[in-house]
Design a protein around this ligand. Structure first.
Ligand code: UDP
Ligand code: MG
Length: 153
């Protein structure tokens, strides 16, 4: 089992599509093991988007991510890092395939609704960035036999 980080960006909160996006993860069979509403600080964002800090458009991304509160989520499942990236779609909402979250809800590269960790290593670092110890909980192990065969775990 893996755990990955998803951020529902301020545009998702403002547009009132949180329930629809969250229900996609739930319906897939991915378990929500952490979720809270936060405002992202300058420091947290600079760490989170360190790979884009030197880009001329970093200021725009920062403004967009601080335009309102975000929802941060910890999602659990077998191969969940990869599955969530697939459900999310490619970065540019205009190029993301229909059926993906970005493909169905976004017309933009920047305003693309969700962030999702891009590897298991990144997920571990990002989960620690947004969740304190004890904020990620998993109290529904009884569900597992209804989601997976024993040899898939
Ligand atoms: N972004 C942008 N312009 C770009 C590249 C990225 O506005 O040319 C924003 C966009 O919101 C994206 C985020 O920066 O989701 C992080 O970029 P990354 O390349 O990590 O894409 P992602 O992993 O989110 O698909
Ligand atoms: Mg990324």
């Amino acid at each position: 089992m893996q755990v990955t980080l998803v951020i529902l960006k301020p545009s998702a909160v403002q547009r009132g599509i949180l329930g629809e996006v969250i229900s996609r993860f739930e319906k897939k069979g991915i378990q929500i093991v952490g979720m809270k509403m936060v405002r992202l600080s300058d420091e947290t964002l600079a760490e989170h988007y360190a790979h884009l800090l030197h880009k001329p458009f970093y200021g725009r991304i920062k403004d967009s991510m601080q335009a309102g509160p975000c929802i941060v989520m910890a999602l659990k499942g077998v191969d969940v890092v990869n599955i969530v990236r697939k459900l999310t779609g490619v970065t540019n909402g205009r190029e993301a395939l229909p059926g993906t979250i970005r493909g169905d809800y976004s017309m933009s590269v920047q305003e693309n609704i969700v962030h999702a960790s891009d590897s298991l290593e990144t997920a571990e670092i990002e989960l620690k960035r947004f969740f304190n110890p004890g904020e990620i909980v998993d109290d529904s192990p009884h569900l597992i036999p209804f989601l997976y065969a024993p040899d898939e775990l």
